[in-house]
Design a protein. Structure first.
Length: 212
């Protein structure tokens, strides 16, 4: 059993790294910024993809639903790819997020329906709506972009089996990363109106919430 889990985890990590690099390049192309796909972005997307694979397997191990990895892998890789695009362009690729949302919804519906986990499916929908609404408030009052609202809605889809501990740690990580970005921006001569990319903090937070 241990060897099975280890093999699945390695496969998820490799698939995540490869898929996220491709998705990040695709997202930057959608934003008309293919030149922004530097070695640093490529490395960050690959490492983020490995984290997405780890989060998918951690959630699968915790829930015992073996149909979940494909849905969560698509979900996590798309989150990381969009976050990488946001980090270098301060824009979230709308097409990538929408396509990932549709595919994630379809895969989650199949996975949870086969398992008969209707409460988990309902919670995924509720979490997506709640995450989108919270980020909508940030768009209205805290300078977030509307792309961040879409990204948060996608992120909520993966939280159908999140725990209270995972959500608290995710919130702490999101706050820490956002505050750090704001401080760095101020140190570089920015002010309160300077835009910061929320994508990386959102991706880290959602992956932690799903995994823990």
């Amino acid at each position: 059993m241990i060897s099975l889990w280890l093999g699945a985890a390695v496969a998820a990590a490799v698939a995540g790294a490869m898929a996220t690099r491709v998705l990040a390049a695709r997202g930057l192309a959608q934003l008309a910024r293919p030149d922004a796909m530097s070695r640093g972005v490529s490395l960050a997307s690959a490492l983020g993809g490995i984290a997405a694979g780890a989060a998918a397997m951690a959630a699968t191990h915790r829930t015992g639903i073996w149909w979940l990895p494909p849905a969560l892998l698509v979900w996590g890789c798309a989150l990381v790819a969009a976050a990488c695009c946001d980090a270098v362009t301060q824009r979230v690729p709308t097409a990538l997020v929408r396509q990932a949302g549709v595919l994630t919804c379809a895969l989650l519906t199949v996975a949870l329906a086969v398992h008969g986990d209707w409460p988990g499916l309902a919670l995924s929908g509720v979490a997506a709506v709640a995450s989108g609404l919270v980020m909508l408030l940030c768009w209205r009052f805290a300078g977030a972009g509307f792309g961040d609202v879409r990204l948060a809605t996608l992120g909520g889809l993966g939280l159908g089996h999140a725990t209270a501990r995972g959500l608290l740690l995710a919130l702490a990580a999101f706050t820490l990363i956002t505050v750090t970005q704001a401080v760095v921006t101020l140190m570089r001569g920015g002010d309160r109106r300077s835009a910061i990319p929320y994508g990386p903090a959102l991706a880290v937070g959602f992956l932690l919430a799903a995994a823990l």
